[in-house]
Design a protein around this ligand. Structure first.
Ligand code: SF4
Ligand code: SF4
Length: 214
């Protein structure tokens, strides 16, 4: 068989030839009776799958300390070199996270990020997760570099903002295992003494007594 014959359209029969000019309308007309699937975005929020990889979030423990320990594993795991982390040491006067260190500088460059999720898999404290937020376009390149202030999760209900001491008697492992369920009165009092104007004091609520957190 020649190539010309092999690739030629099938010949229609008598009935096919009669309806061929209007056959395309059949698709259009049948669509009239199907449910509308048009998304009304942005008037209505777009629907995404629950595990959709969107903007990142740096999570916070229920007492207000940050989960990020500045280990840089997320940055090393990133194939696009989109994450910059600079760690610093926690001190008794400036305890930002449980343990020795915290992420002093944390940036994600969304001009580079390919939303692969390797970084959140690498994070040992579940500090870094991804939200469903995909509205990341902006007007300048600089605005596409998200700093810690744009990545930090909202303060949990009743928590008091870091820095403040860890719950007395708890170590970083206890925090990771979820044994801290909120700030103690001692933590709230510490913030009240050192930062009386801190806005989180207005909503802070002690959920455990000092030394009785377990
Ligand atoms: S999602 Fe992938 S590309 Fe984006 S910051 Fe994480 S590891 Fe890097
Ligand atoms: S987000 Fe997680 S992996 Fe990245 S520096 Fe913080 S603790 Fe380490």
């Amino acid at each position: 068989m020649s190539d010309e014959a092999r690739y030629a359209p099938d010949q229609k029969g008598a009935i096919g030839s009669i309806f061929a000019p209007v056959a395309g309308y059949g698709v259009t007309i049948s669509s009239f009776f199907r449910p509308t699937v048009t998304e009304q975005y942005p008037r209505e929020p777009a629907r995404v799958m629950p595990r959709f990889h969107g903007r990142h979030q740096l999570n916070i423990y229920p007492d207000g300390l940050e989960k990020c320990i500045g280990c840089e594993l997320c940055a090393w795991a990133c194939p696009a070199d989109a994450i910059l982390v600079e760690a610093a040491s926690n001190t008794p006067d400036h305890q930002m996270s449980p343990g020795e260190r915290y992420g002093r500088v944390y940036q994600i460059n969304y001009l580079r990020c390919i939303f692969c999720g390797f970084c959140i898999e690498a994070c040992p404290t579940r500090a870094l997760t991804m939200t469903n937020d995909f509205e990341l376009s902006d007007y300048t390149r600089l605005d596409e570099i998200y700093d810690k202030d744009r990545l930090l999760a909202p303060l949990p209900e009743g928590a008091v903002a870091a820095p403040h001491p860890m719950v007395e008697g708890m170590n970083d492992g206890d925090y990771y295992r979820g044994e801290v369920t909120g700030p103690t009165q001692a933590q709230i009092d510490w913030v009240r003494e050192h930062r009386p104007e801190d806005p989180s004091l207005k909503t802070a609520k002690a959920t455990t007594d000092e030394g009785d957190a377990k």
